[in-house]
Design a protein around this ligand. Structure first.
Ligand SMILES: *Cc1c(COP(=O)(O)O)cnc(C)c1O
Length: 429
């Protein structure tokens, strides 16, 4: 492995003109220390940095690259779209193709509106839910991240957890006074909140598998309680599937667990690496959206032709090739290997995995909620992270993030990763 001297200079330069040298704090290595790796290019399951090092990538741009980097079908689709123009501010037929793919795939979505990021999707979804119900109160869960929406930036997972700022300055109290924060997987707490506030709750929003405090799996009882309480009280149940959509199953967590929310937010994979988000749901709810209904939401670049082409190619390839069984099997194998390696090194740990997203927690207890996740040994994680990085494995630079496998990862990749982890973990054990 070459020294990362060019990354170091690039970072110094970036810090002069970009806050922290990064355009999103999750990239800054804040939780693990050291210098972010500056990337020159990606190809299939690999990233190449500007010093010429190659890494096996377990971040996948934080979720979008389920097909790996530069999948030929996606690249060709973007190139073809580029020949027709980059933005028209008028409808195209391709937008309906993408919408039809989404509606067919995601059980809860009868109509869908495209936006430009996951943040925009969740922000818009809660506005629609409030407009639909005529209520203000929203319920979220500690450790779930829904983008940097003011009203949802309370105990908001990964980036914020890593930096130790549970909430953000610049968000007026007025923005969060109607946000109720509960504990993930705690059915009694949820029942209590509905008993007390049920007729005021516009919506409940959650990650149906959490990725943003590390991977946390929902209990069936929790999902069932969410569904029945929202139905009973006329509240809109929103699954934030920005990460899990097209990831834990083609139809997302709702397909996998058989629980159908009223609304769903999407991002990441739905854009195949270009900036895309989407929100959708029941027709009666989505018909509240302007221009059919009174709830305003708009976007100059929404449904952008390049992004739409990338999204269509990605979803169509996933549909045609169905990589999900293979992703599941490889992920299981990797997680079993990592767990065994940590065990042999005598390290307290627990592994959570759903489909091709997983986290190795340096935590003795199964992580079921933010309260447990907060007990992770982050110092140990930093040493693991840097040990792996130095061996050419690019993991998320925070204990509070999900790792992702792509369809480009091979059995040999997984075996090599386990062997590298064995070395690293035995050194820190
Ligand atoms: C990434 C993410 C978001 C935010 O999406 P952006 O495109 O970064 O704005 C929202 N919700 C969840 C669950 C996410 O993982």
């Amino acid at each position: 492995m070459n020294a990362r001297t060019k990354s170091q200079s690039a970072f110094d330069r970036a810090k002069q003109v970009i806050p922290g040298g990064v355009n999103s704090p999750a990239r800054a290595f804040g939780g693990v220390g050291g210098t972010p790796v500056f990337i020159a290019r990606g190809e299939r399951q690999f990233l190449y940095d500007i010093d010429g090092n190659r890494y096996l990538d377990y971040v996948g741009s934080w979720g979008p690259h389920i097909l790996g980097h530069r999948h030929p079908k996606v690249i060709t689709a973007i190139q073809e779209a580029l020949e027709t123009g980059t933005s028209f501010g008028a409808p195209t037929e391709q937008e309906s193709v993408l919408a039809e793919l989404i509606v067919d795939a995601v059980p809860s979505i009868e109509k869908v509106r495209m936006v430009n990021s996951g943040t925009e999707a969740t922000m818009s979804a809660i506005r629609v839910a409030r407009g639909f119900t005529g209520r203000d109160l929203i319920v979220k869960f500690a450790g779930c991240y829904h983008g940097h929406v003011d009203s949802l930036l309370v105990q908001a997972g990964s980036g914020a957890l890593t930096l130790g700022t549970p909430s953000s300055p610049g968000v007026p109290e007025g923005c969060t006074k109607d946000t109720l924060v509960l504990s993930y997987n705690k059915v009694e707490e949820l029942q209590g909140a509905f008993r007390q506030h049920g007729d005021k709750i516009a919506c409940v929003i959650l990650e149906p598998v959490v990725g943003n405090m590390g991977v946390v799996v929902p209990t069936e009882a929790f999902l069932q309680a969410l569904r029945s309480l929202c139905t009973e009280h006329g509240s809109v149940l929103i699954f934030d599937e920005v990460m899990t959509g097209f990831r834990v199953a083609f139809g997302g967590a709702q397909e996998r667990f058989g629980v159908t929310p009223d609304m769903t937010t999407l991002g990441k994979i739905v854009g195949g690496g270009l900036p895309v988000g989407a929100y959708g749901g029941r027709q009666d709810i989505m018909d509240k959206v302007s221009p059919v209904g009174p709830v305003y939401q708009a976007g100059t670049l929404s449904g952008n032709p390049l992004a739409t082409a990338s999204g269509i190619a990605t979803l169509q390839t996933l549909k045609d090739e169905n990589p999900y069984p293979q992703l599941e099997e490889l992920s299981r194998k990797l997680c079993a290997g990592l767990s065994d390696a940590a065990q042999q090194a005598g390290l307290d740990h627990t592994v959570a995995q759903v489909g091709s997203m997983f986290t190795l927690f340096f935590n003795p207890d199964p992580v079921t909620s933010y309260a447990v996740s907060a007990k992770n040994n982050t110092e140990r994680f930093s040493r693991y992270f840097h040990g792996m990085l130095n061996r050419g494995y690019y993991l998320p630079c925070s204990q509070f993030e999900a790792n992702f496998l792509s369809a480009a990862h091979t059995d040999e990749d997984v075996q090599a990763t386990i062997e590298a982890a064995r070395e690293v973990l035995s050194e820190i054990g």
